[in-house]
Design a protein around this ligand. Structure first.
Ligand SMILES: Nc1nc2c(ncn2[C@@H]2O[C@H](COP(=O)(O)OP(=O)(O)OP(=O)(O)O)[C@@H](O)[C@H]2O)c(=O)[nH]1
Ligand SMILES: [Mg+2]
Length: 369
């Protein structure tokens, strides 16, 4: 039985849970909108918050959905997952349902699921989203960052896919992001089920890493045809920059995993200090070496990293730049009126003149010759 569960909240969260189901994870989803959740047919366990019909990108509606139904929601989550060690709550930060519900929900689950670590898979929107989405994302990430006992936080960056495939449709980008994040977690979990003569990376190692509070990244680098230690290190560092997650910006990895799969002769090119030179040596490193004849691949997990300030500033920057314009838009909503320049013309349509009745004698005298 898979020891990691995926709980999707909102549309994007449900889509991630859908893919996780196909990979054998225990999954469930929550939405305020039944129509969105019903399309995720591979997810068996679903909770639709009664009395809601989507949150319309309004985080306060998502928040209210938890406030008014937290007992039922917690009960649903407790019933949905059996014997898991780690639960990831997956959601987009820039909509209303997932973004509004997830921070409070995670905080409640930390108390209500004793013995289960809780992490988050939070989607950071791509560069094309507009002001309202940016505000949602910023608020949500700030709330998530303040949760004390949260385990790994994966920041799935839709912009990474957008950068690599500028011509792709939104749908393709979403699907590919969802697939890659689940594939990354699936890969490292599968490794823990293998055994090796040379050093196992077991489930306790993985849970140790993923239980670390802070931003986490998983990436893989194929090192076929690579000849030197420094080339291996730079391939790995490139994989951090091009992964589906927000790129690594600064030093400060707390725990890390380093998994090598491939022929024995390439394994000797791995040099730990050189790999971690740019992000700083972690406090703990868990290694696994699996010799096979497959293409040599190095998978790294970096956990406990700081928030990617530059990436998040890029989200906020366009709001700052448009501050005056956005404020005047909102003022206008309250105050705008239309004034016609032809109000005088309404008089033209004044009621039909009333017939003046005169006396017979006055009419008679009018025609008198
Ligand atoms: N990676 C990824 N991102 C998605 C997906 N679907 C939506 N998004 C992102 O999420 C944002 C919209 O959030 P949704 O998940 O649809 O919103 P919601 O939580 O259902 O909230 P409401 O629709 O407002 O009730 C988009 O701007 C995208 O950034 C998906 O399947 N994968
Ligand atoms: Mg939705």
């Amino acid at each position: 039985m898979n020891s990691i569960g995926i709980l999707g909240v909102g549309q994007a969260g449900g889509n991630i849970a859908e893919i996780a189901s196909t990979m054998g994870f225990q999954t469930a989803l929550i939405n305020t909108n039944q129509r969105d959740g019903l399309v995720n047919t591979r997810v068996d366990r679903k909770y639709f918050v009664p009395g809601f019909n989507g949150a319309g990108q309004d985080r306060s509606i998502g928040l209210r959905a938890v406030n008014e139904n937290y007992r039922e929601i917690i009960d649903f989550v407790q019933r949905s997952f059996k014997n898991i060690k780690l639960l990831f709550v997956a959601f987009s930060t820039d909509g209303g349902t997932g973004s509004g519900m997830s921070p409070l929900l995670i905080d409640l689950l930390l108390d209500q699921l004793p013995g289960v670590n809780i992490g988050a898979i939070a989607i950071v929107p791509d560069r094309n989203v507009i002001a309202g989405n940016r505000i949602n994302a910023t608020e949500c990430i700030e709330e998530i960052s303040k949760i004390d006992s949260l385990s790994s936080l994966f920041l799935v960056d839709n912009d990474q896919m957008r950068k690599l495939n500028p011509q792709s449709s939104k749908h393709q980008i979403y699907l590919s992001s969802n697939h890659q994040v689940m594939e990354a977690i699936h890969t490292v979990l599968q490794v823990t089920k293998k055994s090796s003569f040379y050093g196992n990376f077991d489930e306790t190692d993985l849970m140790n890493i993923l239980g670390t509070r802070g931003v986490t990244l998983i990436s893989s680098a194929t090192i076929t045809d690579v000849k030197t230690t420094s080339e291996v290190s730079s391939k790995i560092q490139q994989s951090w920059a091009n992964s589906i997650f927000c790129p690594v910006e600064s030093t400060g990895v707390i725990r890390a995993g380093l998994i090598y799969e491939g022929p024995e002769k390439m394994a000797k090119l791995i040099n730990v200090p050189s790999i971690f030179e740019r992000v700083g040596e972690p406090l703990e490193l868990f290694e696994g070496t699996y010799i096979s004849e497959s293409d040599p691949t190095i998978t790294t997990i970096l956990a406990g990293m700081p928030f990617p300030t530059r990436r998040l500033l890029a989200l906020e920057e366009s709001l700052e730049k448009n501050k005056d314009r956005l404020q005047s838009l909102v003022n206008k909503e309250q105050t705008q009126k239309y004034e016609s320049r032809i109000s005088w013309a309404s008089n033209l349509k004044a009621k039909t003149p009333q017939r003046q009745t005169g006396s017979v004698s006055s009419k008679l005298s009018k025609y008198q010759r």
